[in-house]
Write a protein that binds this ligand. Structure first.
Ligand SMILES: C[S@@+](CC[C@H](N)C(=O)[O-])C[C@H]1O[C@@H](n2cnc3c(N)ncnc32)[C@H](O)[C@@H]1O
Length: 922
C-alpha cells in the first residue's frame, strides 16, 4: 500500500463507529498487513502482548484498547511492558474509542487526538508500512489527503465520461482538475468569500442526484472568466455573481465540465471539505502529478521529492551565496538594497519541472531572503519585487505543467500573506497574471534561448537610495550586471535500455554534433548538454545543477558525456557524490543519484559534498572536481586496448556461440553415458560466473583438433558437434556461420598451461572485495568471466584489493547494484607503482594467505565466503593484510578511506597517461 491508500484506509477506520474488539486488527489492516498476518495475531500465535486486550506485533506496534478515560495510564503500561521491549516494538498506541494516544518509541515523539481525528496523524505511523516519513508529510498530511481525494474523483469522472479519457480530451480534463484545485484553495484562503463558498454553492445548487452538477460548476467557471466591467452585460445567476474574476488563462477557453455521477459529486464535496489553506505547493504538486498518468497512478504521489533534497541542488547553486551576501550586508542598507535588486533579477529555469517543486522552493527561498532584507531595512511588509515570471520551466506533460503554474500562484499568494499580510495579498492576487512561464513541450527539442533569453545589462547604480546613503564606490559590490540565470532540476534519468525510440532520437539530436557515443548515455545527459549549449550560445555566465543517475559519473558514460560539456567551457563547480534519493514509496530501495553543478564562470573554489552511511554530510572546498566526482585534475579514463601498467593481459575467456551444446549440466553429462576414459579425455569442468561464485557444477566438451576423429567416433559427442554446427549455420552472424567448420570447439578456445586466475564480469557491489580465484589447467573458463592465463599469482592480490574495488567501481560500468568488470576500462588502466621483486614476493605471499584462508572453510563458495554479514574472520584478516601490504607500496601507509584511494589512483593515472602520451609523441 502507498501513503495515499493508507490515508484513505485510516480515514475510513476513524470515521467508523469504534469497535473495541476489532480496532487493533483494523488498524493493522489499514497499514497494509495481510489477512494471514492478522489471522495469526487474532489467533494469538504471533501476538506477543503481555497486556490484556492488546495486540503486539513484533518489530512494529503494541496496541491496547482500554476503558474510557484510561488512555494515558494504558499508554504508560504499554511503555513499561517487558513485551514491548522484547518484541522491539517501534510504536505504542492506546485508545478508549474517544481519545487516542501513541508514541514513537525511537524518536520519543507522541500524538494525542480525539478518536475521529486520529486519521490526521496517519503520517506519524507510516514507518509501520515500511515508508520512512518525511517531515513535511508528517507535519502536514493535507497534501496526501488532497491527492487521495482528487485521485478518486478523477477516476470516477473518467468512468462517467469515457470520451474525456481520450488523448484529445485529456488536456481538457487536466485543465478542469487544475481549475478545481484553484477553487478549493481560493475558498479556504479568502480569495473567494465567504469561506467554503465554492463547495457550498455546488452542494446547494446541484441536484442530489448529480444530474446538473456539471452545469453548476460550468456556470461558476464562466463567472470566473468574466471581468467585473463585463458582468453588467451578461446574465449570471445571483449565486454565481459572488465569485470574482480570476482568469489569468486558468478560466479562459471552454468552460465545459465533465458530467458527474452521484459518487463523483460526493467525492468532489469530500475534497472541498479539506482545508486547502495549508496545502504545500511544493509537495502537493509532485504528489498529484501521478493522478492523471495511467502508468504512474499505482504509485500515486510516491515519487515526491523532499524539500531537503531540492535544497541540495539549490543551496550550492545560488542560495548559499545569497545568504552569505545577506550576512555580509546586514550593516549596510545600500548593500541590502543592491542584494534585493539582484534577487529580483534572478531567473530560475527548470527544464524538466514536473509540477514545479524546484521552482516553488526557489521562489519561497528568495522571498525569505527578500523579507529578511526588508526587515533589516525597516521595510517589513513591503510588496515583493520578485516577479513570478522569473521562474520558468519546461514540462512535457500538460497536467504537471498546469499544476506547476498553479503551484507558483499558490506559493506567491501564501508568501504574500506571510510577509505582507492577508489584506495586501488579497489585493494583488486577482486577476491571475496571464503570462505563461511554464512551457509544455519536449525540453530536448525546444530552444531554451527563446524561453529564457539572455538578459541585458541592468542595475548598476542604485538611485533611489541615494538620498539616505552616501554612495561609496566600495559599496557597489554586487556582480550581477544583467540578472543571473540558474538552470536546475531533476530531469528523467532513464538508462539507455529504458529509453523509447523518441527519447533516443532526442539524444541523437542533442549530441549528434559532439559525440558518436550518445546511445550509451542516460537520458538525463541530454539536459546537461542542452544546458551547456545554452550557456555557450547565450554568452552569459551560467550556473547549472541537475540531479542525475550516478552512472553519468562512472564508467563508460564519463568519456562519452563530459568532454562535450568541458568543450563548451564548463567545469564542475560543485557536486554531491552518490547518495540514495529516497521517496515515499513503501520499502523503496531509492535510486542512487549524484548532483552535479557546472559553471562557465571561473571559480577557484569547488564544493564537494558527501553523505556518509549515517546520513552525516561533509563538504570539502577543493581546487577541482573531476567528472568521477573525485578531487583531481580533470582526467577521463578512456578504454585502453592493452595494459598501460605493464600488467599481463586479461582475456575474455572462452566465448561459445555454440547454441549451448558444448556445455553440459551434471545430469546432461550423466545422460551421455560416456566411458571413463572418454570422459577423462573430452570432458572438462566449465566455469561460468555462477559456477565460479556459487560453486555450481557444469562441464563442457573439450576436443583438441588432433583428437577430433576420435571424438567423432563417440555418437553422443558427434551428435553434439552436429547440433553446434546446425546452430552456427542458422546464425544471422556471418562470423558465427564461418565457425561451423570447427563446431567441436568454442568460438575462442583458450586453456591454461598451468593455472588460470578468474574474475567474473558481473558481481554484486555488496561484497567487500571483488571475487577472484585460482583454478588449475583442467578448468575451462566461460566468457561470463575474465581470465588471466598462466599469470603470476600476485595478480590475485591486486584484483582482491580494496584499491582495485574502488577503481573498478568508479571507472567501469555499474549495472544496478553490480560491478561490471572491464579489461579495457578497469584492468588495463589500473594505476600501479613499479613493483620490485620484493613487492611481488610480498603480494604473492598475501595471495597465498587469502587462498589458504578460503581453503580452511572448504567447501564454502565465494558467495558464502564474501557475504558481507558472514565473511570469516581469518579471510577478512588475510584481505586486511593484503591491503596493508599493497597500500604501503603505493603510499607507505594505509589509505584513510576510499576517497583518498581514488584521489591517489587518479593522480597516478594522470601521470601514467601523460607518460604514455609522451612515449607516443617520441
Ligand atoms: C524526475 S521528474 C522531476 C519533476 C519534479 N522536479 C519532481 O521532483 O517531481 C522529471 C520530469 O521531467 C518530465 N519530462 C520527461 N521527459 C521530458 C522532456 N523530454 N521534456 C520535458 N520534460 C520532460 C517528466 O514528465 C517529469 O515531470
Amino acid at each position: 500500500m502507498n501513503a495515499v491508500e493508507i490515508e484513505a484506509a485510516v480515514s475510513e477506520l476513524a470515521a467508523k463507529p469504534f469497535d473495541a474488539q476489532e480496532f487493533a486488527f483494523e488498524f493493522l489492516r489499514a497499514f497494509g498487513n495481510k489477512e494471514t498476518t492478522i489471522k495469526k495475531l487474532r489467533a494469538g500465535q504471533s501476538n506477543l502482548s503481555d497486556i490484556q486486550n492488546s495486540v503486539l506485533q513484533r518489530n512494529h506496534i503494541h496496541i491496547a484498547v482500554c476503558d474510557k478515560d484510561l488512555v494515558s495510564q494504558k499508554l504508560k503500561a504499554l511503555r513499561e511492558s517487558k513485551a514491548t521491549e522484547k518484541a522491539k516494538a517501534k510504536f505504542i498506541l492506546a485508545t478508549d474509542g474517544f481519545n487516542l494516544q501513541a508514541e514513537d518509541l525511537i524518536s520519543g515523539e507522541t500524538i494525542s487526538s480525539e478518536f475521529p481525528d486520529f486519521a490526521e496523524h496517519f503520517g506519524f505511523f507510516l514507518p509501520l508500512a515500511g515508508i520512512s516519513t518525511i517531515r513535511e508529510i508528517k507535519d502536514n498530511p493535507i497534501d496526501v489527503r488532497a491527492t487521495g481525494r482528487l485521485n478518486k474523483l478523477y477516476i470516477e469522472l473518467l468512468k462517467e465520461n469515457p470520451d474525456w479519457a481520450t488523448e484529445e480530451r485529456r488536456q481538457d480534463m487536466n485543465h478542469f482538475m487544475a481549475r478545481l484545485i484553484f477553487c478549493f484553495f481560493a475558498e479556504d484562503t479568502e480569495i473567494f468569500q465567504p469561506s467554503g463558498v465554492f463547495t457550498q454553492t455546488i452542494e446547494q445548487m446541484s441536484e442530489r442526484d448529480s444530474s446538473n452538477t456539471h452545469e453548476v460548476i460550468s456556470t461558476l467557471f464562466h463567472a470566473m472568466n468574466v471581468d467585473h466591467l463585463e458582468r453588467e452585460n451578461i446574465q449570471l445567476p445571483v449565486w454565481a455573481k459572488k465569485f470574482p474574476y480570476v482568469n489569468g488563462g486558468l478560466f479562459s477557453g471552454s468552460t465545459e465540465v465533465p458530467r458527474f455521477s452521484k459518487i463523483a459529486r460526493t467525492y468532489l464535496l469530500h475534497a472541498g471539505e479539506l482545508n486547502w489553506q495549508k496545502i504545500n505547493p511544493d509537495i502537493f504538486g509532485s504528489m498529484i502529478q501521478a493522478v492523471t498518468n495511467d502508468d504512474e497512478r499505482g504509485s500515486l504521489g510516491m515519487h515526491y521529492t523532499s524539500v531537503p533534497n531540492i535544497l541540495k541542488v539549490l543551496n550550492p547553486l545560488f542560495l548559499d551565496d545569497l545568504n552569505e551576501q545577506l550576512e555580509a550586508s546586514k550593516e549596510s542598507p545600500l548593500k541590502l538594497l543592491n542584494l534585493r535588486k539582484r534577487i529580483a533579477r534572478i531567473r530560475v529555469f527548470d527544464p524538466a519541472c514536473g509540477s514545479g517543486n524546484f521552482l516553488v522552493i526557489a521562489y519561497k527561498e528568495l522571498r525569505k531572503i527578500e523579507a529578511q532584507i526588508n526587515e533589516l531595512r525597516n521595510e517589513k511588509g513591503r510588496e515583493t519585487d520578485i516577479p513570478l515570471t522569473n521562474f520558468r520551466g519546461i514540462e512535457i506533460n500538460s497536467f504537471p505543467a498546469e499544476i506547476a503554474r498553479l503551484a507558483l500562484v499558490i506559493a506567491e499568494y501564501q508568501s504574500n500573506v506571510h510577509y505582507c499580510g492577508q489584506i495586501e495579498a488579497l489585493q494583488t492576487v486577482l486577476p491571475l497574471s496571464k503570462e505563461n512561464w511554464i512551457i509544455c513541450g519536449n525540453a530536448l527539442r525546444l530552444d531554451w534561448l527563446s524561453i529564457c533569453p539572455p538578459t541585458g545589462n541592468a542595475v548598476k547604480v542604485v538611485a533611489d537610495d541615494l538620498f539616505e546613503t552616501p554612495l561609496e564606490q566600495t559599496e557597489i559590490d554586487f556582480e550581477n550586471e544583467g540578472g543571473e540565470t540558474y538552470i536546475c532540476g531533476n530531469p528523467p534519468y532513464l538508462g539507455s535500455t529504458w529509453q523509447s525510440k523518441e527519447q533516443k532520437d532526442d539524444l541523437e539530436k542533442v549530441f549528434s554534433s559532439t559525440t558518436k557515443n550518445w546511445k550509451a548515455l542516460d537520458y538525463v545527459a541530454g539536459w546537461f548538454m542542452k544546458a551547456a549549449n545554452y550557456g555557450a550560445l547565450s554568452g552569459q555566465k551560467c550556473n547549472i545543477a541537475f540531479v542525475a543517475t550516478n552512472s553519468l559519473c562512472q564508467g563508460q558514460q564519463v568519456p562519452f558525456l563530459w568532454p562535450s560539456i568541458f568543450n563548451k567551457n564548463f567545469q564542475i563547480s560543485f557536486a554531491y557524490k552518490s547518495f540514495k534519493w529516497a521517496n515515499l514509496a513503501s520499502h523503496n530501495a531509492g535510486v542512487i543519484v549524484v548532483i552535479v553543478g557546472i559553471t562557465n564562470e571561473v571559480k577557484q573554489k569547488k564544493y564537494l559534498y558527501e553523505i556518509d552511511f549515517t546520513g552525516g554530510l561533509s563538504c570539502k572546498i577543493v581546487p577541482n572536481i573531476n567528472p568521477y566526482l573525485i578531487v583531481s585534475d580533470t582526467v577521463i579514463v578512456d578504454k585502453a586496448m592493452k595494459p598501460l601498467n605493464d600488467l599481463p593481459v586479461i582475456d575474455f575467456s572462452n566465448k561459445a556461440d555454440d547454441g549451448g551444446f558444448l556445455t553440459l549440466t551434471s545430469s546432461e553429462l550423466a545422460d551421455l553415458k560416456l566411458q571413463k576414459l572418454e570422459r577423462k579425455k573430452f570432458i572438462k569442468p566449465f566455469y561460468g560466473s555462477k559456477e565460479f561464485i556459487n560453486g555450481e557444477t557444469r562441464y563442457c566438451i573439450w576436443i583438441e583438433d588432433q583428437d577430433l576423429t576420435d571424438a567423432m567416433t563417440i555418437p553422443v559427442i558427434n551428435e553434439r558437434i552436429e547440433m553446434v554446427k546446425h546452430a552456427r549455420l542458422s546464425s544471422k552472424d556471418a562470423y558465427a556461420r564461418s565457425l561451423a567448420i570447427r563446431s567441436h570447439q568454442f568460438k575462442t578456445p583458450r586453456k591454461a598451461e598451468k593455472t588460470v586466475i578468474v574474475t567474473p564480469r558481473v558481481s554484486s557491489e555488496n561484497r567487500p572485495y571483488l571475487p577472484v580465484g585460482l583454478l588449475d589447467n583442467s578448468s575451462i573458463i566461460g566468457d561470463r568471466n575474465f581470465a588471466l592465463y598462466d599469470a603470476p599469482l600476485w595478480c590475485i592480490s591486486l584484483i582482491a584489493s580494496r584499491l582495485h574495488w574502488v577503481w573498478i567501481g568508479t571507472v567501469c560500468v555499474r549495472l544496478g547494484l553490480s560491478f561490471s568488470y572491464s579489461n579495457t576500462l578497469g584492468w588495463n588502466t589500473f594505476p600501479l607503482p613499479k613493483l620490485t621483486e620484493k613487492n611481488k614476493a610480498d603480494l604473492t605471499r598475501c595471495t597465498e594467505n587469502i587462498l589458504l584462508a578460503r581453503e580452511a572453510h572448504f567447501p564454502a563458495t565465494i558467495a558464502d565466503l564474501y557475504d558481507p554479514e558472514k565473511m570469516p574472520e581469518n579471510l577478512r584478516k588475510a584481505h586486511e593484510e593484503n591491503d596493508e601490504v599493497l597500500e604501503r607500496i603505493y603510499i607507505g601507509r594505509r589509505f584513510k578511506n576510499d576517497t583518498e584511494r581514488l584521489e591517489k589512483l587518479f593522480s597516478m593515472y594522470t601521470e601514467m597517461t601523460a607518460k604514455q602520451a609522451g612515449k607516443k609523441k617520441a
